[in-house]
Design a protein. Structure first.
Length: 663
């Protein structure tokens, strides 16, 4: 589920009561924030900070500079001629080109500073600042939605580039380590939890970037897509986020969504040549996919004509060529452009009448054909030179990318079939299954149109002869059962609780056509948790014990001192997989800014993230009284689960008080 990230604002204003103007009018700026600025930010779900709130952090100037640079919005009150306010406003205007909003109170005979009179601003009455609340809300909404520059510095110096806030956001080492551990352990649920926990933190943007990259490397495309989309909501022009989304949507078969993301890169003024090259290359790949889909729906005898006359062929060539022109060192996209042009010119030579029919006249058809042939010679030479430079810059054995490039260039440029076969043999010894898949995709563009048939057959023969190990992996469950309940208070009603849990698990198993399609997650507390795992074992349902911290800390806190329950816990932990959220009971230091966030709440969020990462369908089975607060955190998980659309099956503790069979 997409969620709008909380925007952050920095408020630049005077503090306390200040006298101003010829008549020494008193303005209480604390009242202005309480009645006007604060309520407006709250209405828009924006977190606001002022200089006063960072006084205790040490170097106030460093913190102030960082907030002026990284905040999504700055509100500056220019009512009085305050040196600090104008100093901070000047820094903001010099660092960020937009989303700075000015306010001031209209005071008789006093003028707004001349140099800022043309900027967007709101005038309020200092005697009744709350009267301007609706106007401020509307004005801030327009400012947030607008891409118009409001900094006079950037307006007067159009060649000046805004600073990338991400370069100045310091991600705590502890968070980096948690991301690395989760990625190394393949723990998708922990990565999802970390993405959720950075929401609203000052360094949220770069924290999300770390998680999204890790999810991509861990082959979690849907999770990575959600995280990159959250990052894009913070900054629509984020080049890396849009490029990654373009690639992910391509992999998911959503080509229109992919092109939308890539277009945002190409329309951005701050995208660098490498990002533009990658965006063009990915757009070209999308065009190729559209082209191949069209050919797949065409009768074989018409494929050549349809392939030649399709505008997607020209589009894919143009995009790959633009990508190569943006970055001539990228021989890979140069090879792709050369491949499209090779197919295009080969089809023209084979189907001259179809080519002529698509042109204005025979003269135009001949002229265009000669231009493309000349382009083929020039592009072949340019790609060859790019590959040669890459080879010279490689001190050791060529890497897999260069080996693949050499093989693909041989297929396009060599006259000898045996040379092509030899070049592909030099690749397969080092290629991963992913590399082989990419090479097959490259060859498919020729096979669809019967171009370079002998060369393609030789390359395919080599690839077909490679033994690829395919990991059996674990089959994803259709549904996850997540269990949570109270502990000690249920001990006196063990038989009734056991009967209810078993009936629910059996019903869910039947609905999923057997236990093989289910996975179960719970803690290990005495009472409900242990009963749940024992019942899963009896029904041959795979269950996993998830603990917030080490067993030695967990047992006295959640299992208790009763020897029989401790023994049952010990038997379970040797029989089923046990996963720890963290090795200590204290919250990580990087979560210090999340006021009121306890380790129990983190445990709940973690188990829910694990469940939702493992399967699209999740059922929460819980024993909970949602009308009361509890120190075991059960109601917290029930609330979070319902907010995320999880199916709830809830029983209250009092429901087990009734005698079985009624009265």
């Amino acid at each position: 589920m997409e969620r709008q990230s909380v925007k952050r604002a920095f408020i630049v204003r005077p503090f306390g009561k200040k006298k101003f103007g010829k008549k020494q009018v008193t303005v209480n700026f604390e009242d202005v924030e309480k009645a006007l600025i604060g309520p407006a930010l709250k209405e828009l779900n924006i977190e606001g900070r002022t200089t006063a709130e960072i006084l205790e952090s040490g170097n106030i100037r460093a913190d102030m500079f960082q907030r002026l640079l990284t905040s999504d919005l700055v509100i500056a009150d220019l009512t009085i001629l305050s040196a600090n306010v104008f100093y901070e406003l000047g820094i903001r205007h010099a660092l960020r080109e937009k989303r700075t909003f000015l306010i001031f109170s209209r005071i008789e005979d006093e003028k707004f500073p001349f140099d800022l009179q043309t900027d967007r601003y709101l005038a309020y009455d200092h005697k009744a600042p709350g009267d301007s609340l609706l106007k401020l809300i509307a004005s801030l909404q327009r400012t947030i939605a607008s891409d118009v520059e409001d900094s006079p510095v950037f307006s007067l110096l159009p060649a000046l580039r805004s600073q990338d806030p991400g370069r100045f956001m310091v991600v705590p080492p502890g968070f980096r380590e948690e991301v690395q551990k989760a990625e190394a352990g393949g723990v998708a649920g922990m990565l999802a939890l970390l993405a959720d926990e950075v929401s609203g933190l000052l360094w949220e943007r770069e924290g999300l970037r770390l998680v999204a990259r890790a999810q991509g490397r861990a082959n979690l495309p849907n999770a990575a897509k959600d995280t990159w989309e959250r990052l894009r909501l913070i900054d629509e022009s984020d080049g890396e986020a849009n490029i990654e989304l373009g690639s992910i949507y391509y992999g998911l078969g959503e080509l229109d969504q992919s092109n939308l993301a890539l277009n945002r890169v190409l329309e951005s003024r701050i995208a660098d040549p490498q990002q533009r090259a990658e965006a063009h290359a990915l757009r070209a790949r999308n065009a190729m996919t559209y082209w191949r889909r069209k050919l797949a729906d065409t009768e074989p005898y018409m494929r050549g004509t349809v392939a030649l006359q399709s505008p997607r062929l020209k589009e894919s060539y143009d995009e790959f060529r633009r990508a190569f022109e943006e970055d001539l060192k990228n021989y890979g996209v140069g090879i792709e452009a050369l491949a499209r042009l090779t197919v295009w010119t080969s089809l023209i030579d084979r189907l001259p009448q179809a080519w002529e029919d698509a042109q204005e006249s025979t003269i135009e058809a001949d002229r265009h054909r000669e231009v493309l042939r000349e382009d083929l010679k020039k592009l072949t030479a340019a790609v060859s030179l790019s590959i040669e430079i890459a080879k010279r810059q490689t001190a050791q054995e060529p890497g897999i990318d260069l080996r693949v490039g050499l093989a693909q260039f041989a297929l396009l440029a060599s006259k000898k079939v045996e040379r092509v076969r030899a070049a592909y043999r030099e690749v397969v010894e080092y290629a991963s299954p992913s590399d082989v898949s990419d090479m097959r995709r490259f060859l498919a563009g020729f096979a669809d149109t019967s171009v370079l048939t002998d060369h393609v057959a030789a390359a395919t023969e080599v690839l077909d002869g490679r033994t690829v190990r395919v990991s059996s992996g674990n089959v994803a469950p259709a549904r996850v059962l997540l269990f949570r309940s109270y502990g000690p208070e249920l001990l006196s009603r063990e038989a009734q609780v056991r009967e209810w849990i078993r009936s629910v698990v059996e019903a869910e198993t039947t609905a999923c056509s057997g236990s093989a399609n289910l996975m179960a997650i719970a803690g290990g507390a005495c009472g409900g948790d242990i009963l749940f795992h024992e019942i899963c074992q009896e029904l041959r349902l795979s269950s996993y014990m998830h603990l917030p911290f080490t067993r030695d800390q967990y047992i006295p806190a959640f299992v208790g001192g009763e020897p029989s329950w401790i023994e049952r816990f010990r038997q379970l932990e040797t029989a089923i997989p046990v996963t720890l959220m963290q090795p200590f009971r204290d919250m990580p230091k990087w979560l210090a800014d999340r006021q009121g966030y306890t380790f129990l709440e983190r445990w709940n969020s973690w188990m829910l993230s694990v469940a939702r990462s493992a399967a699209k369908l999740v059922t929460l089975v819980a024993i909970c009284d949602e009308m009361r607060s509890d120190n075991e955190g059960v109601a917290d998980l029930v609330r979070k689960a319902k907010q995320t659309g999880v199916k709830p099956i809830i029983a209250t503790p009092t429901s087990f008080d009734q005698p079985r069979g009624g009265s």
